[in-house]
Write a new protein. Structure first.
Length: 389
């Protein structure tokens, strides 16, 4: 667990509430998640028994409205939760994080009373799961360029189009789908819809085989004359782009938090290994080149953590530059994690390449964090615009 950092104390001072929440997350992850990782990675599925367990521990409702079962806390608490879950496994972490914190905020912010009762409450109780489907085969970074269409028909809309790389698609009870209701209005023509599992006209591909995140379910989802009633519109017609961009902010914090968790886990493993493994008559840690590598990794992770926590805290305090700091954190933390897992694997030598060591899994799982939720390049675009470039 990240309770065994190589350097302490943390550069970002958590207050008592956040520190105790961190402890709750750590205890839960150590007891409930870590022992299930290998099996989940092999089976390619999230362990179903974790849904009610997470709900009971208050880990599905962070930052959500209390009247629907939210459990308090804000964006900093979510960063901490994401970090702790990913310390066990990125693939295991991403399933509840998508459901509660990447799809869930759309329901909480834009859902009407009935939609929140129907979907948000059971989501926070761990009784149903959600997915968010924006990306398409022809449009990922360029969200405004999506091609799925929702055509008005009697009593609702007919969806046509294909969504790509949709996390949780195979297990979601409800999928939030972005489609154009007005094809000539550019990003102002996008609306989001709630599509229930098993809806006629919706087909799921088999799970996509991925480099990492093996415990998570990712699929292509196709819509062919899929009818959604008028009350399936989530939020305002034509405001989907705005809604997606707003929800991206929390998603990016969560992904940056995940980078910290799996980076720290890989580093902790590498430090322990370096203290044990002997070469040329001494332990690896006594070779200066090895211990300097680990020390540098620790410093880089700590600066990424301070930046990520700061970005999260800025959302909680309503800071005007929260979005800028978030773009920085989403850029920096996954890049740092990618370097750290690589260094950690190197310290393990051949053992790092073998599935027995969790480092191999963290190495694979780090890579997607530079792509999902807005790539490095998308964050750099946001930041360069802020710089007036
Ligand atoms: C495992 C996994 C899970 C995912 N889960 C979901 C999900 O649940 N829901 C969902 O909607 N999506 C999901 N995605 C999709 C993910 O968000 C997209 O892959 C990501 O946004 C990038 O889009 P793309 O793959 O189409 O790449 P592209 O947009 O085609 O980009 C390709 C490359 O070009 C770069 N690039 C693009 N435009 C520019 C530019 N203007 N300047 C410089 N560089 C540029 C990109 O940064 C990237 O490096 C998931 C993806 C994966 C792999």
């Amino acid at each position: 667990m990240s309770s065994a950092p190589t350097l302490s104390p943390s550069a970002f001072e958590l207050d008592d509430d956040h520190r105790s929440f961190q402890e709750v997350c750590r205890t839960f992850v150590a007891r409930e998640c870590a022992p299930r990782v290998r099996e989940a990675e092999k089976a390619g599925t999230f362990p179903a028994e974790l849904w009610p367990a997470m709900a009971a521990a208050g880990l599905l409702g962070v930052g959500h409205p209390e009247e629907y079962g939210g459990t308090g806390g804000g964006v900093l608490a979510l960063a901490i939760l994401s970090e702790e879950l990913a310390h066990a496994s990125g693939g295991l972490a991403i399933t509840p994080l998508v459901s509660s914190y990447m799809a869930g905020p759309h329901l909480a912010r834009y859902g009407n009373e009935e939609q929140k009762e129907r979907w948000l409450r059971p989501l926070l109780e761990g009784k149903c799961a959600a997915a968010i489907a924006v990306t398409e085969p022809g449009a990922g970074s360029d969200v405004a360029g999506l091609a799925a269409r929702a055509t008005a028909v009697g009593g609702g809309y007919q969806l046509r189009g294909t969504k790509m790389f949709i996390t949780n698609a195979g297990l979601a009870d409800v999928i939030i789908v972005a489609a154009k209701t007005d094809s000539d209005a550019g990003h102002r023509g996008i609306t989001t819809f709630l599509v229930e599992r098993g809806a006629e006209g919706m087909t799921l591909s088999p799970p996509l085989e991925k480099l990492g995140w093996h415990a998570s379910d990712t699929r292509e989802v196709a819509f062919e004359e899929c009818f959604v009633a008028e009350d399936g519109i989530l939020g305002e017609r034509g405001r989907g782009f705005h809604q997606i961009m707003e929800a991206f902010q929390v998603e990016r914090i969560s992904l940056a938090g995940m980078a910290l968790g799996l980076g720290q886990a890989a580093l902790d493993e590498a430090v322990a290994h370096a203290k044990e493994r002997r070469t040329f008559g001494t332990t690896l840690s006594k070779h200066q080149t090895i211990r300097h590598r680990l020390a540098a990794a620790s410093a880089e992770l700590e600066s990424a953590r301070a930046l990520t926590y700061q970005a999260a805290a800025r959302w909680d305090s309503g800071h005007p530059e929260a979005a800028t700091t978030t773009a920085m954190a989403k850029l920096v933390a996954p890049r740092v994690a990618s370097r750290v897992v690589d260094e950690a694997l190197q310290v393990f030598g051949g053992y790092g390449f073998i599935e027995e060591t969790p480092v191999a899994m963290h190495y694979r799982d780090a890579r997607i964090l530079r792509i999902g939720g807005g790539t490095d390049e998308v964050q750099l675009e946001i930041l360069s615009k802020r710089m007036g470039l």
